[in-house]
Write a new protein. Structure first.
Length: 162
């Protein structure tokens, strides 16, 4: 799979959309001094390539008393990517990152019950061959959350791999 290359127009378009995704294509075209067709085509390509997505960002307060949990995983270095891929397939996990530091994998999820978090961390993730240690942390108060950086919602199947 080839890596998407963004040109200056793509970057300018993304900047405009990141400020207001509801802006009309006509207005964007006017601001960028291109045609509406160019804007439509660029937006469609960026969506198809997984570079942008349009979605409603919801408040944590709307997620039925769910709590954001962080699951740190210490895994064998040579198996990190394969283990991260297995964790990413768990329906209760919303995000998985390979990291540097105390843990080489960090997973995020929203959980309504501590029993479910325990089941995912201890029974599912710790059971993966090559996982040595799992540690969970539960967010009790969100001081700052920038939805423009990352969107965290209830676990649903990803759309277009994202």
């Amino acid at each position: 799979m080839s890596q998407t290359v963004l040109d200056e127009l793509d970057h300018r378009l993304i900047k405009i959309l990141s400020k207001d995704a509801r802006i009309s294509n006509r207005r964007i075209a006017n601001d960028l001094d291109v045609t509406e067709g160019t804007v439509r085509g660029r937006i469609k390509r960026l969506q198809q390539e997984g570079m942008i997505a349009f979605t409603a960002i919801t408040s944590f307060g709307l997620v039925d008393n769910s709590r954001l949990a962080f699951i740190g995983v210490q895994a064998e270095m040579d198996k990190t990517k394969a283990i991260a891929d297995k964790i990413a397939k768990l329906p209760s996990v919303n995000a998985v990152m390979i990291t540097m530091g105390r843990f080489n994998i960090l997973a995020f999820g929203l959980f309504n019950e501590l029993d479910k978090l325990h089941e995912v961390a201890s029974d599912q993730i710790l059971a993966i061959p090559g996982v040595h240690h799992v540690e969970t942390s539960l967010a009790v108060k969100t001081v700052k959350y920038n939805a423009r950086i990352v969107k965290i919602t209830d676990a649903h199947p990803p759309i277009n791999g994202g």
